[in-house]
Design a protein around this ligand. Structure first.
Ligand code: PGA
Length: 238
């Protein structure tokens, strides 16, 4: 089964740059590839959807738990879908740490997004100094799954110290964390949910990570900004 490769562009690329990316990227990927999702800034969602012309998926990097109303700066599942996207990232450590999103807040988003037709890439992961209590940290973060439509959820294990640092978790650590996550989800919710790995993934280190049975794919930040590099990752996951 092919693995899933997700691009998180974060706050990078305007519409012209997004178009240029798609043009190169589409030429580089193997034909009939569908195993990827690109999450651009909201301002490029429609552009990326149009450029990909139904190849792969498009996702937002954030979503709010209401359909519409006085929520300045927020965006609803309906708005995301109207741009041709059907995924969104929730619980990313940058949202939690830089924008103060709490476990309760991300749980509300997760529930609302999955109930309103979005597939959610839900991120969990520990800080560097939490390494010894990784079990309790991950278990606690996974409580947010309670009440959400879990058939619409893909998890992403992203150790915070590995994001954007060039420090990839070891294969042993990835296996251990994914084991904890899959086990916890199975026990608590009696369901199998795919779990991606994220944190300094690139086309050199991805092969070994993608080969792990516990790993359903990768969530890629920095290395997803270059179309040739991202295409290499997508082709590797085939
Ligand atoms: P990175 O980011 O690949 O640049 O480490 C991953 C992420 O934040 O999802």
């Amino acid at each position: 089964m092919s693995k899933f490769v997700v691009a998180n562009w974060k706050m990078n690329k305007n519409n012209d740059e997004a178009r240029a990316f798609c043009k190169v990227f589409l030429k580089q990927i193997n034909k009939r590839t569908n195993n990827f999702c690109i999450c651009p800034p909201h301002t490029c969602l429609a552009t990326v959807s149009e450029c990909l012309r139904g190849v792969g998926m498009v996702g937002a990097q954030n979503v709010y738990f209401a359909t519409k109303g006085a929520f300045t700066g927020e965006i609803s599942p309906e708005m995301i879908k109207s741009c041709g996207a059907n995924y969104c990232i929730i619980g990313h450590s940058e949202r939690r740490n830089l924008f103060g999103e709490t476990d309760e807040f991300v749980a509300k988003k997760l529930k609302f997004a999955t109930e309103n037709g979005l597939k959610v890439i839900f991120c969990v992961g520990e800080h560097e100094d939490e390494h010894t209590k990784i079990l309790s940290v991950l278990k606690h973060q996974l409580k947010a799954l309670n009440g959400a439509d879990l058939t619409n959820v893909v998890l992403a294990y992203e150790p915070i110290w590995a994001i954007g640092t060039g420090k990839v978790a070891t294969i042993k650590d990835i296996k251990k964390a994914h084991g904890i996550i899959l086990d916890c989800v199975q026990k608590e919710f009696n369901i199998k949910i795919p779990c991606l790995y994220g944190g300094s993934v690139n086309s050199c280190n991805a092969k070994e990570i993608l080969a792990l049975e516990e790993v359903a794919g990768v969530l890629v930040g920095g290395a997803s900004l270059d179309p040739v590099e991202f295409a290499k990752l997508v082709n590797l996951a085939k």
